[in-house]
Ligand binder design. Structure first.
Ligand code: ATP
Ligand code: GNG
Length: 243
């Protein structure tokens, strides 16, 4: 009788853990400077069927009811920073909320880097006035406390500003043509403070750091080195508590 009871308990626990995985997949955010190679990294993981990959919703930012908010932001940041970040925060929330069948969710950036890196930079540069920052932050605090935006792992594609900038020029995205090196350098320092020194804002998950300066011809090995962590093959313990 005892063995049947144990068997039923075991089955119930297995069911519960698989159900919880369906509701709360192991969620990984790939973070890094502009041009650090996030899209390229995501493409490497697209081949795994148990990973749902979500690229940054840049096409939404390029066409919000017919407006290219990304272009407007880069062309007139003082006028459009708040507008752009409001929409980025909404679209990133939607990415966090997307339900998947797979056990692992891999996202390009997150609602956290939008707030902690980009809004931070706009605030420092006086491109977003303090009242506007306060409103963005109130939404950010409310959303990250009331919705499941938790991350289980952050992959930091760490580049030098010089390498990132060189790649931006080579990719030649139309909206980024006016982006100066100083912006990329400052954004690099903000990522370093957030993810390496952990002196800026909260770092909401364990961070693994990849040397994203490595050239395309050899970087696959760097990606492969961390696959067990990213695919959660070691079945990490229960999810971190909500933030
Ligand atoms: N390891 C690498 N070596 C050389 N070039 C690379 C490497 N990774 C990416 N690139 C190239 O650099 C450019 C930027 O790469 P990618 O679009 O993946 O960066 P990203 O982090 O997604 O940029 P963004 O933040 O702007 O979306 C692309 O032209 C890409 O082909
Ligand atoms: N200002 C600002 N806030 C964000 O939250 C944000 N997220 C991404 N980006 C910019 C970087 C690339 O040009 C392009 C693609 O990543 O979009 C952002 N820009």
């Amino acid at each position: 009788m005892k063995s049947v009871k144990n068997l039923i308990t075991k089955m119930a626990n297995t069911l519960a853990s698989s159900k919880s995985e369906l509701c709360h997949p192991f969620t990984v955010a790939v973070e890094g400077n502009v041009g650090s190679g996030k899209t390229t990294f995501l493409n490497h993981f697209n081949k795994y069927e148990n990973v749902a990959v979500f690229a940054e919703p840049i096409e939404l930012w390029r066409d919000c009811d017919g407006y290219n908010l990304l272009d407007l932001m880069y062309k007139d940041p003082k006028k459009y920073s708040f507008t752009f970040q409001s929409y980025v925060q909404l679209t990133m929330l939607r990415q966090h909320q997307k339900k998947i069948q797979q056990p692992v969710k891999l996202m390009e950036r997150s609602i956290y880097s939008a707030r902690y890196c980009f809004v931070e930079k706009m605030s420092r540069d006086g491109l977003m006035a303090p009242p506007a920052v306060a409103v963005i932050d109130q939404w950010f605090q409310y959303v990250t406390k009331s919705q499941d935006t938790n991350l289980d792992l952050i992959v930091y594609l760490r580049t030098s500003p010089e390498v990132a900038y060189e790649r931006i020029l080579k990719r030649n995205r139309s909206e980024e043509r006016t982006v100066p090196f100083e912006y990329i350098k400052a954004l690099h320092e903000i990522h370093e403070d957030w993810l390496m020194k952990k002196t800026l804002h909260k770092c909401n998950a364990p961070v693994i750091v990849l040397n994203a300066n490595l050239d395309k011809s050899v970087i696959e090995e760097e990606y492969q080195k961390y696959e067990p962590h990213i695919l959660n093959l070691n079945k990490s313990p229960l999810r971190a508590k909500s933030y």
